[in-house]
Design a protein around this ligand. Structure first.
Ligand code: HEM
Length: 366
């Protein structure tokens, strides 16, 4: 490194960076302008994926610590918000890509096959870090996204490096796990896990909540049955809602031995969402809002990408060999933070909530 003062070009490594758009031919001058745009948009998004993954790790590390101090929560929210703004920005890249016409794209599409965004290891890292489960991954034929990266690792040094990173992430705690551990520790009516009688406090909170929820559902059902008799089996629909609320909060979908933990996680989630105006819960609820927003943005990203693809190539087979838009629409159904969505179905207005015990614990002096 020379002794000269820092300068823009050298600091940002613009020399090598701007040499990296030559495509397969490694010769930018030989590319048509549309292909240069295609390469730059992909590279720009991969740089943003890099930021997303870094921020996600930082958020995960704060939340997954042995003890999470109250002061740590604003940091988690900060990282998540940054990710969310980046994802929003990503949608606009697709607008730029759409200045490419279907026919112009066909002019260079064939030569890049079987290269495809399906091989984006940073996208896979993001999914794994968030907490996608192996059985949620969408496969086509015998192609599994992760196994495919492993296979590619034999092709080049760069692919081998990418696979190594994916392997590392597969061993790490996911953001979803860290979030669940944190939610598990939510004080409920001032009671913490490990406190004497905590399990009873949690169960009582859930039962009181469900009693009020049933009443709330019954009132709505009566109203609808009286005013909309033509809407069919309203009573049946509300009975299903009540049953689903009980199953969710009592964690009946889990194996017997895992129920107490899952019940506490869901009770914590419901507690934060229900008593969200309490000072101590102000940052936790922002955190939950940011996670829901993050998943919402990823769903929109997937949908936005799929619609851009449909506009560009219709319903033909992808360069990676998948069914193209059909494949992408399947990935658009993947949800990771299912409990954060599900809790919304069982929420009630403030005046229907069971009374809060121990308000002083939450910084709320009456
Ligand atoms: C003309 C523009 C584009 C077209 C026609 C297109 C097409 C496709 C298709 C058909 C797939 C499914 C896999 C396959 O069979 O190839 C796919 C996957 C993917 N594409 Fe694109 N794409 C475009 C632009 C982009 C851009 C700009 C990005 C940004 C990085 C991107 C990222 C991805 C990712 C990450 C996947 C994997 C999705 C998953 O498996 O969940 N694509 N793309």
């Amino acid at each position: 490194m020379a002794d000269s003062a820092p300068n823009y070009n050298d600091y940002l490594k613009l020399g090598p960076l701007l040499q990296l758009q030559g495509g397969l031919e490694e010769n930018e001058d030989g590319l048509i302008p549309d292909e240069l745009l295609f390469i730059v948009v992909h590279q720009a998004l991969e740089l943003w994926f890099k930021i997303v993954n870094r921020e996600l790790r930082l958020a995960r590390d704060h939340l997954g610590a042995e003890t999470v101090a109250e002061e740590a929560i604003p940091h988690v929210v900060h990282h998540l918000r940054r990710i969310n703004r980046v994802l929003e920005l990503a949608f606009d890249h697709f607008k730029v890509m759409e200045t490419l016409t279907p026919q112009d794209f066909l002019g260079f599409r064939e030569k890049i096959s079987p290269a495809s965004g399906f091989q984006s290891s940073q996208m896979r890292e993001m999914e794994i870090l968030l907490g996608i489960k192996a059985n949620q991954r969408v496969r086509y034929g015998k192609v599994d996204p992760i196994e495919h990266l492993k296979k590619l690792s034999k092709d080049s040094e760069s692919n081998a490096g990418a696979w190594e990173k994916v392997q590392t992430v597969l061993e790490e705690t996911t953001f979803q796990e860290a979030l669940r551990t944190w939610l598990y520790r939510t004080p409920i009516h001032g009671s913490m896990p490990g406190d004497e009688g905590d399990e009873e406090v949690v169960l009582k909170f859930i039962k009181d909540y469900l009693t009020n929820f049933d009443g709330f559902m019954d009132r709505q059902c009566e109203r609808l049955t009286a005013n909309m008799p033509e809407s069919g089996d309203t009573t049946g629909r509300f009975a299903n809602s009540k049953k689903a609320a009980t199953e969710f909060l009592m964690a009946e979908d889990a194996e017997e031995e895992h129920r107490p933990r899952l019940r506490r996680i869901r009770a914590g989630l419901l507690f934060i969402e229900s008593y969200r105006t309490l000072p101590l819960l102000a940052w936790p609820r922002l955190l939950l809002d940011s996670v829901v927003e993050l998943e919402q943005l990823i769903l929109i990203w997937r949908n936005r990408h799929a619609r851009m693809v449909e506009r560009m190539i219709g319903r033909r087979v992808g360069t990676g060999g998948s069914s193209g838009v059909d494949y992408l629409d399947k990935t658009g159904k993947i949800r990771i933070f299912t409990d954060l969505w599900a809790v919304r179905t069982v929420m009630m207005p403030r005046d229907t909530l069971p009374p809060l015990h121990n308000p002083a614990f939450y910084g709320f002096a009456k």
